[in-house]
Design a protein around this ligand. Structure first.
Ligand code: SF4
Length: 330
């Protein structure tokens, strides 16, 4: 239940605003001038808000499509991301959004058409490059799909541009719009995964790993391309056994022909962000484990990072080709 919905004046009559508001008939609606008045207010408490987040409907003005940081990609020469939403309905302990925003309220930008214009411009400016676009960098790309309908909308854009890839990265088990659409070769449904035991204490409010694997298997069997994202890799007691079970379970339960790519990334935070997240959970074992400072980042010791990545990579090589495996190093 969303108690309050803040609506920017500029989009109060937008058809998508009306479409979303219809889903929350009992919510209190408050008109605002600009979303930042609420979202960027000082002295907000992310954790208190996260228990019962409000929603903000807004109009995005700029920065619709941005280059991804160096080290983020799955084989294309250029990578871009876009986010129709800020924040997430899940509450993963390691989520960088809680160190990035002071508010846990959900912001939805309703002017999807402007994302399309920016995508088109990005494509026109990079005609000779192989491009991948990533949806859901500042949110989970599908978790709120039943409210926003963004994935369904943007799929129609990529249907017209089959030479450019889009990845929807998610922990959700949202199957629409993929059940009701013919599979597209340029669309990658990418699932973040970790051993169930770790996920059950870290991926709060997100669907269990076994449910995610069932959905992956179903969508793969329908012909959708699948990405497996073991990011972050989590170190802990019995990690080798747990990751071996997870990887064998996945690879034995999906059609390997459907696999687009597999990527590994270790647990890492920009130093300042880590400080803020640590303040939220000073007793969280995840943040008191074998972490160290590297440049401006906090991450596992390099030996741990490398051991985990090569262990999981070697197991994966029994099932996929080396050129399908990537390391995320941002
Ligand atoms: S699913 Fe992703 S965006 Fe959502 S809380 Fe977890 S890490 Fe953050």
């Amino acid at each position: 239940m969303i108690e309050t919905i803040y609506v920017e004046d500029a989009i109060k009559n937008h058809p998508r605003t009306k479409f979303i508001l219809k889903k929350f008939k009992k919510s209190r609606i408050i008109a605002i001038n600009k979303y930042v008045e609420i979202f960027n207010k000082r002295n907000q408490n992310f954790r208190i808000q996260k228990a019962n987040p409000n929603l903000i409907l807004a109009h995005k003005k700029d920065s619709f499509v941005l280059p991804t940081p160096e080290g983020f990609g799955i084989g294309s020469s250029k990578n871009f991301y876009f986010s129709h939403m800020y924040n997430c309905i899940y509450d993963c302990r390691y989520c960088f959004l809680q160190g990035m925003y002071s508010s846990a309220y959900y912001v939805i930008f309703v002017n999807f058409e402007d994302f399309e214009i920016a995508l088109k411009k990005t494509i026109e400016n990079n005609l000779s490059s192989k491009l991948t676009f990533f949806s859901g960098y500042d949110c989970d790309s599908l978790a709120f799909e039943n409210v926003t309908g963004f994935a369904k909308h943007i799929l129609s854009f990529f249907k017209k541009h089959p030479q450019f890839e889009i990845e929807f990265r998610t922990k959700s088990i949202q199957k629409e719009p993929f059940l009701s659409t013919k599979p597209m070769r340029n669309v990658i449904l990418a699932y973040s995964l970790m051993p169930e035991l770790m996920s059950s204490s870290l991926d709060n409010k997100a669907p269990s790993i076994s449910k995610r694997i069932r959905v992956i298997s179903e969508l793969a069997s329908r012909g959708w391309k699948i990405g497996l994202r073991f990011d972050p890799l989590i170190h802990g007691k019995n990690w080798k056994k747990l990751y071996q079970e997870l990887l064998d379970n996945i690879y034995n339960n999906i059609s390997l022909d459907s696999l687009h790519s597999v990527s590994f990334g270790s647990l890492r935070f920009p130093k300042r962000m880590f400080k803020d997240i640590f303040k939220l959970y000073p007793n969280e074992p995840l943040f008191t484990g074998p972490l160290s400072h590297k440049n401006k980042m906090i991450s596992y010791d390099i030996e741990i990072e490398e051991e985990m990545t090569s262990f999981c990579k070697n197991l994966s090589l029994k099932y996929v080709n080396e050129d399908q495996i990537f390391k995320c190093s941002i």
